[in-house]
Design a protein around this ligand. Structure first.
Ligand code: BES
Ligand code: ZN
Length: 879
């Protein structure tokens, strides 16, 4: 484990390396406890570098066994080798460096570098894992052509994979064999990959737009081949889509995906050899939910799309991470929107952004989409870099229009193919194709914080003028107290009494193009002339900008938009705002304040939406799912009492259920499962609607037995898990819940990915008792502290998705959390650091909980030998 050096990396300190490594040859002689790695590196001093400059290579916990230059062994005085660095004091201008290191994959529990997962050798090198394999210039601007030879015992590892194309393979003495791979595309070390082991294969092929045939392989644990069909289908659709939507063709003869069961992240885009968390590959109706299928499709696409946005064009340094991640998330969002329902996908994206990125941006871990400094780069794979980074790309398209945006992307690929690029390079192509000045817009990359727009409107019938008064502000964030004014593309509509768009004569006060107001100043008075009657205003249509809105909007207008807005996102938003207002009113009432709100009107509208056959079922399901407890907490902002929020949410849910009892029961009946199964969006949408109706109906008398019947009758995991959730959460301790939990465990005890759902459902049971359940489940035979999926399902779910359980008033949830984070850290600092972000919003809690959360953070901070990963998170969280 890398302990903290306290070193801070700064963007302004970037300078190119003195050396380049045009060729990298690697030979692995694999064995679990002592793998020999021989690296043969062609190294050249760069033009302009000082002749006296030493060569300093990165390492991480390495043991150097041999070192030679141009075939001659080096004398001890010629170099300096520590586990973390190799310095060659007087290197020639051009030479071949031979390095031999020895590593122990079987005892690598951090899952970075070369490790073992269920007896399969595999690698994870992003961001800085390659240095755990050999000494190297382990930075993304060092592009090298790799040739890899893998040697292993045939019985232990019949399958030998690396990047690029297979070149040769054959038998060796003593039951060993070898394979050689060559990747012709120069790449940074973080894209290196190797897999060796005994795996089952699913094979297929794809013919590219220029007629080249690509062999596709998905490798899984033997016996699980039948679960990889959906992933293969998603891969072929991704390849097809990237050709049609972005003109991007695949470039090697083979494309392989390997699924492993121990993986820190979701998946990794290694050139020609993507490695996946098996949770994002394996699926069938029996074991995977519709959400799992959607995730698989999106992640397969995401990693495949990186081949152009990330691999062919990579990042100059890790500050530019959003160059590949934000852009590739944007691409996978568009793919899913095209494959499924655009409106539903957009709403889901915005919910995710608000749930993960907004709290980050509004708390101590806030940072710009392109950060300027970091201590541990692993901690910057954040919702801000990914999700907000994607929104920034979307805004560029909104500002330029789809056609000019595409021209800019074409120019980007043409201009920077084979390079390690920056955000400045990216913005420049769009300035060049559009002739626009994007310098103010660029603040979206450089400035942290969620901008807020305050909007009010007036209508003057006498002058037939309608005016929007819009004011922008960006709240201060850590180390950025003063903010500059942003360029915010605000899509809008003026809606007439019949739901039709209101025509206006002219507009002044801001540039308005194609339904978008360009906010660039602190305050705009946007005047529309020729408007006879006061329209309702629909703002931030399609969520054109990742901002918050403070709008003085009459409830009548809000109800009207929730029923009539022609923009599907804005219509959903209007209803969601009404729900949030009602929840906050109920919360205040529980705390002894204000009056109950417009309950009857709202529950009536919920019923209307549920039964509106003109709306897609998936859309109706999203509309009916109440803002989560964390969403409500965010809107309340401070002195959060999670128990009161929970009670408010239950009250509203019950009111909706009671008011619509018959209609919901009826619709639930009509949506009954016909036993046929398809994971497509339309079918999943019907299941989603039926399952949210079950959720409401389960609150009414007979709810537990209804849910138990739903559970028993389920013919797929979506329905079974939904029913189990309802039973465990709403009827905790009931005979029905106990029976269903035991039945599920008996049926799936041998399937770790399905048991993750069982852990998750129990870890998210609301209330004070859950911390004890979670403690107990840590001892369950299916649980393992060494496996990231298990840890996230149980501990991650408890700490980030169980508001009343985790934030138990006596602080027991936090104490358990601090203890567990430190235990996970011993093995896997990266997973521990990610878990630890669950307390990032601790300052928003009411004083009692706040003090207890702080104690837990201090307990973590005070532990000895803290890893760089965890120290970075806790110190920034406490700052
Ligand atoms: N490049 C990342 C994987 C990664 C993340 C490596 C962090 C090292 C550190 C990959 O492309 C990625 O972004 N994966 C996501 C899923 C994706 C659909 C957003 C992940 O693993 O969560
Ligand atoms: Zn990615």
């Amino acid at each position: 484990m890398r302990t903290d050096t306290g070193q801070v990396f700064k963007l302004e300190d970037y300078r190119p390396s003195d050396f380049s490594i045009p060729q990298t040859g690697l030979t692995f002689r694999l064995s679990p406890d002592a793998t020999r790695v021989t690296a043969v590196l062609t190294i050249e001093r760069r033009d302009g570098a000082a002749a006296s400059a030493p060569l300093v290579l990165d390492g991480d916990g390495l043991l150097l066994k041999r070192i030679a230059i141009d075939g001659r062994e080096l004398a001890p005085a010629d170099y300096l080798a520590t586990p973390d660095q190799l310095t060659i004091l007087k290197p020639p201008a051009r030479f071949e460096l031979l390095l031999e290191t020895e590593i122990a994959p079987a005892s690598n529990e951090a899952l970075m570098g070369l490790y073992r997962s269920s007896n399969v050798y595999c690698t994870q090198c992003e961001a800085e894992g390659f240095r755990r394999i050999t000494y190297f210039l382990d930075r993304p601007d060092i592009l090298s052509v790799y040739t890899v030879r893998i040697e292993a015992r045939l019985d232990e590892a019949p399958l030998l994979l690396s990047n690029g194309n297979p070149v040769e393979s054959g038998a060796l003495a003593d039951g060993w064999h070898y394979a050689r791979w060559h990747d012709p595309f120069p790449k940074p070390s973080y894209l290196f990959a190797l897999v060796a082991g005994n795996l089952g294969q699913v094979a297929d092929s794809f013919v590219t737009m220029s007629g080249r045939k690509v062999e596709l392989g998905i490798y899984v644990e033997p016996g699980k081949e039948g679960l990889a069909g959906y992933a293969m289908d998603a891969l072929k659709r991704s390849m097809q889509w990237d050709e049609q939507a972005f003109g991007r063709e695949y470039d090697l003869d083979v494309f392989n995906i390997v699924a492993v069961s121990d993986f820190n992240m979701g998946a990794m885009e290694n050139k020609g050899l993507n490695i996946f968390n098996d949770k994002y590959v394996l699926a069938d109706r029996e074991t995977a939910t519709d959400a799992d299928f959607a995730n698989i499709e999106a992640i397969i696409a995401h990693e495949y799309f990186h081949n152009w946005t990330g691999n062919r064009i990579t990042c100059r340094d890790w500050f530019q991470l959003c160059l590949k991640e934000g852009l590739t998330v944007f691409r996978d969002h568009e793919f899913s929107a095209d494959q499924r329902s655009r409106a539903v996908k957009r709403i889901a994206e915005v919910r995710t952004l608000r749930a993960h990125q907004f709290p980050e941006d509004q708390g101590p871990l806030a940072h710009p989409v392109r950060p300027r400094r970091y201590r541990e780069i692993n901690n910057f794979y954040t919702a801000t870099v990914y999700e907000k980074g994607s929104e920034v790309v979307r805004m560029i398209r909104t500002i330029l229009g789809a056609e000019t945006f595409r021209a800019g992307m074409d120019l980007y690929f043409e201009r920077h193919d084979g390079e390690a690029a920056t955000i400045e390079d990216f913005l420049k192509v769009f300035e060049d194709v559009s002739g626009r000045d994007l310098s103010q817009f660029a603040l979206w990359y450089h400035q942290a914080g969620t901008p807020n727009l305050t909007v009010s409107s007036t209508h003057n019938p006498a002058t037939r003028e309608f005016t929007l008064e819009i004011e922008q502000s960006v709240p201060p964030t850590p180390s950025e107290s003063r903010k500059r004014l942003m360029h915010i593309p605000l899509a809008f509509g003026l809606v007439g009494a019949g739901g039709e768009p209101v025509a206006y004569g002219g507009v002044e006060g801001a540039a308005v193009e194609d339904g978008v107001i360009h906010i660039r100043k602190r305050r705009h008075m946007v005047r529309f002339s020729g408007v006879d009657e006061r329209p309702a205003v629909s703002l931030n249509r399609g969520f054109s900008a990742p901002i918050t809105l403070s709008v003085e909007q009459k409830a009548d207008d809000q109800f009207f938009l929730a029923g009539h807005d022609s923009d599907a996102f804005a219509r959903w938003q209007a209803f969601n705002t009404l729900l949030t207002d009602a929840l906050i009113a109920a919360f205040r009432q529980i705390l002894g304040g204000a009056k109950p709100a417009f309950s009857a009107r709202l529950t009536g509208l919920a019923g209307k939406i549920a039964g509106d056959e003109t709306l897609e079922p998936a859309y109706r399901a999203l509309a009916l799912s109440l803002p989560g407890e964390a969403d409500i907490a965010r809107d309340i902002g401070r002195t959060i009492d999670p128990d009161a929020i929970f009670a408010a949410r239950e009250t509203l849910a019950l009111a909706i259920a009671r008011a619509n009892q018959d209609a919901f029961a009826n619709l639930y009946g009509r949506l009954a499962d016909d036993g046929r199964f398809s994971p497509d969006a339309a079918n999943a949408g019907r299941r989603a609607l039926r399952n949210i109706l079950l959720d409401y109906l389960s609150l009414l008398p007979g709810g537990a037995s209804l849910a138990a019947r739903h559970f028993e009758a389920a013919t797929n995991m979506t329905d079974r898990a939904a029913a189990l959730t309802v039973l465990a959460h709403r009827h905790d301790g009931s005979p029905e819940a106990v029976k269903a939990l035991a039945g599920f465990e008996a049926r799936y005890g041998a399937d770790p990915l399905v048991m993750d759902k069982w852990f998750q459902i129990q870890a998210s049971v609301p209330g004070p008792r859950t911390v004890d359940t979670v403690r107990e489940l840590i001892g369950h035979a299916s649980f393992s502290m060494a496996n990231p999926n298990r840890v996230r399902s149980l501990v991650g779910t408890f700490s980030s998705a169980n508001q009343t359980g985790f934030h138990r008033a006596d602080g027991e949830g936090y104490r358990f959390f601090a203890q567990t984070v430190l235990e996970v850290e011993k093995r896997n600092p990266q997973v521990a650091a990610r878990l630890a972000t669950a307390l990032r919003s601790w300052r928003s809690l009411e004083p009692g909980r706040q003090a207890k959360a702080r104690e837990a953070l201090l307990a973590i901070a005070g532990a000895e030998n803290l890893s760089a990963d965890l120290r970075d998170i806790v110190e920034r969280t406490l700052a």
